[in-house]
Design a protein around this ligand. Structure first.
Ligand code: NAP
Length: 168
């Protein structure tokens, strides 16, 4: 939780794979989830991620220090601590790396897409899998999807308590 708001990461862990240089190639399932979230939910992204993706949404915000930066179809915010002044409820963090790092101690839930063909080398956020409970998981060969919920928040969010073996 960050200032009382639930933080959800939506992220591809691509291990700097050449399959996705500069995030130009995407996993369609991830893109569909992002599109749905942009339509109805609060999303936040860094200014560089916006420059690459041009993701826009009526409840979405781009974080930038530049007070003159504006773009049609998306709000801007200049201080991370002001998020609660401009948003209500769950915040979906769409990237990039700098935002995942700044929110890593507050993240409650993650939608992760992992490319399967490479060993993990990327310094993404550190995840202790014992702290996370899988709510959904599937493997599509080239990539896997996992919806993870932090165990400390599991009961608060009213999830069931099934346990099963899980590895990313
Ligand atoms: N794996 C994924 O799911 C995923 C998703 C999205 C993007 N990406 C990748 O992430 C990379 C981009 O990440 P990045 O870390 O370089 O950039 P980023 O996080 O997208 O954006 C960084 C910019 O956001 C603004 N910003 C960040 N923190 C701020 C704060 N506390 N207050 C005010 N402004 C703040 C600054 O903008 P100003 O410079 O304008 O002040 C900063 O330069 C790309 O390679 C992209 O492909 C990966």
């Amino acid at each position: 939780m960050f200032n009382g708001q639930k933080i959800v990461f939506v992220s591809i862990v691509d291990n700097k794979s050449t399959m996705m240089p500069n995030f130009k190639t995407r996993i369609w399932h991830h893109q569909k989830l992002v599109n749905r979230l942009l339509r109805n939910s609060v999303c936040v992204m860094g200014r560089r991620t916006f420059d690459i993706t041009h993701w826009k949404g009526k409840k979405s915000l781009v974080l930038t220090k530049n007070k003159k930066w504006t773009r049609f179809g998306i709000g801007t915010i200049h201080h991370i601590d002001d998020l609660h002044l401009f948003t209500e409820g769950t915040i979906h963090v769409l990237g990039g790396i700098s935002l995942f790092k700044q929110f890593q101690d507050y993240v409650d839930e993650m939608h992760l897409y992992v490319l399967n063909e490479r060993e993990g080398r990327e310094p993404w956020i550190k995840i202790n899998m014992n702290d996370w409970k899988p709510e959904n998981y599937f493997n599509r060969g080239l990539w896997s999807y996992a919806h993870l919920i932090h165990r400390k928040n599991h009961d608060i969010f009213g999830m069931n308590e099934d346990l099963f073996d899980f590895k990313l």
